[in-house]
Design a protein around this ligand. Structure first.
Ligand SMILES: [Zn+2]
Length: 102
């Protein structure tokens, strides 16, 4: 909870940190609302980490890149090293495999 918190589709409130973590491996759809709350523009859903990029990151990293962790690639998600919300690009250079623990 707090000023940076987000609300999930079913009403649960999550922290800003958790929202950033989910956004790193999710899909993003821009929805522009009018003054009465009606949707004016529903943009295309954009997969943040496309499949071909995940395969490239898996080939490079092999598994979780956190120091001392040996979690295999299939336990990991691709995350932005410089977070997308902070201007980080969705690119091989700015991506790394991290297990859910890290
Ligand atoms: Zn790990």
């Amino acid at each position: 909870a707090g000023p940076g918190a987000a609300t999930l589709g079913f009403g649960a409130t999550i922290s800003a940190a958790r929202a950033r973590w989910l956004a790193c491996d999710g899909g993003i759809t821009r929805i522009v609302l009018g003054p009465e709350g009606q949707p004016l523009d529903v943009g295309r859903t954009h997969r943040v980490v496309p499949r071909h990029l995940r395969r490239a990151v898996e080939a490079r990293d092999g598994g979780c890149v956190f120091a001392g962790c040996h979690a295999p690639a299939h336990w990991c998600d691709v995350h932005h090293l410089v977070h997308w919300a902070d201007g980080g690009e969705t690119s091989l250079e700015n991506s790394g495999l991290l297990c859910e623990r890290h």
